[in-house]
Design a protein around this ligand. Sequence first.
Ligand SMILES: [Zn+2]
Length: 181
Amino acid sequence: MHLSYDVIPCPDAKVSDFITTDKTWDIDRLQHVISDRYLIHRILGVPLPISDIQDSLTWGCTSSGKFSMQSTTWLAHGIHSSTARSWPHAWIWKLDIRPKILIFIWQLCHNALPVRFLLHSRGVDLDPLCPLCGQHNESIQHLFLSCPSTIRVWEAAEDHHWIPRGFLRGTNTDIAGLLLT
Ligand SMILES: [Zn+2]
């Protein structure tokens, strides 16, 4: 569980300050110090050891508490390993396609293609507007899903039966999620 300093008014407090001599959570003290009831509920859900054991450092992003590089990748993408059964985009590496297309899809799914809006948000001095329509920022989602020019391409693909009719309708606006369908 990650706690930021702004939720606890006394950042020097120790976990042991909130444990009674009976080795249970001190609810009164938790409620006195922490105003977020949901946070208190989560803390109370953490089991306390019955016997005395040494404190130790654990990595909070794996169920084992041991550090792994894979878990840092999940963390960077906002995925907690305890809820993720496998890396959601691992399927990409199993595709039997040319490497440059594979890397392109990988970048697409990881919001890593150098579209104008992304470059602009990272400090590159350029116009973030889509050069195709000139109306919206050129994000990956816009370029591949919602730009009027792109929509015409999708519609042509439907007309030629390259993709099922209605393929884009009923899906969310996540291009990575669309590729998974
Ligand atoms: Zn556009």
